[in-house]
Write a protein that binds this ligand. Structure first.
Ligand code: ADP
Ligand code: ADP
Length: 229
């Protein structure tokens, strides 16, 4: 069973009395454990596609399936995927530990399990020893790791990343690309990655959906794209 399936997914908005099609009919299937990228210029529909996988937007038409289950109209908190935003969305008044534990606390997870899971997750993202820091005392790369930890601690079966490295400078971005690949291999979950950076998509992905104007124009492995661009 594929981890994620989109079947004829369309998203329309009404803007100034006119219908705008942000996504015009996307069909794709992402395998469990795959590192899958949505690549394309600003405005081509990448974020809208991701938000429909996560459940923040309902498709106007079409079906979204996660691990074989039709989730088209299931709310985000009842899907076993998690989304990481470019803006990190950390709580500024909470330290690293509290930021990562927040979701588990809210769901009344037993304290011993919170301790274990937050500890494990901070190890994965290499933030052990930084538990007491607040977001503003950390670099962009470290804040990005906290955001990742916050998504991973729920043990989602898939992680959706929307331009996660967009705010970082080139050097940090390259370091984080390697880190993200390591994390993906270590936790063995499906990654869906939104980027407008072709070289980033080519170095990181198992497969890439190249989007243009609300449609998938090309669906290929990096090797195929190198050979037949
Ligand atoms: P990308 O992530 O590739 O930059 P988006 O998915 O954000 O593209 O947007 C695709 C298109 O849909 C853009 O033209 C955008 O302005 C439009 N769009 C996205 N969300 C909305 C919305 N809520 N209302 C109206 N138009 C929207
Ligand atoms: P990104 O650059 O990360 O794609 P955007 O600034 O395009 O982010 O969009 C941020 C949010 O605003 C998203 O939830 C998107 O759906 C919404 N949005 C984007 N374009 C429009 C629009 N033209 N009208 C209303 N909402 C929009």
């Amino acid at each position: 069973v594929p981890a994620i399936e989109l079947d004829g997914v369309v998203k329309e908005y009404l803007a100034n009395g006119e219908v705008v099609q942000a996504v015009k009919g996307v069909t794709l299937s992402i395998a469990e454990g795959e590192f899958f990228s949505l690549l394309g210029p600003s405005g081509c529909g990448k974020t809208t596609t991701m938000r429909m996988i996560a459940g923040f937007e309902d498709p106007s038409r079409g079906v979204v399936r996660l691990h074989g289950r039709d989730v088209t109209n299931v709310p985000p908190n009842r899907r076993d995927v998690n989304m990481v935003f470019q803006s990190y969305a950390l709580f500024p008044h909470m330290n690293v530990w509290e930021n990562v534990a927040f979701g588990l606390r809210r769901r009344k997870t037993p304290e011993a399990e919170i301790k274990r899971r937050v500890g494990e997750t901070l190890e994965i993202v290499d933030l052990v020893g930084r538990e007491k820091r607040r977001p503003r005392e950390m670099s962009g790369g470290q804040q990005q790791r906290v955001a990742l930890a916050r998504a991973l601690v729920n043990r989602p079966r898939a992680l959706l990343l929307d331009e996660p490295l967009g705010a970082l400078d080139l050097k940090l971005r390259q370091a984080m690309q390697i880190e993200l690949k390591r994390i993906q291999r270590e936790v063995g979950i499906t990654f869906v990655y939104v980027t407008h950076d072709q070289s980033e998509a080519l170095t990181m992905s198992d497969r890439i959906a190249v989007m243009h104007d609300g449609l998938v124009e090309q669906l290929a492995s990096p090797r195929e794209i190198y050979e037949r661009p």
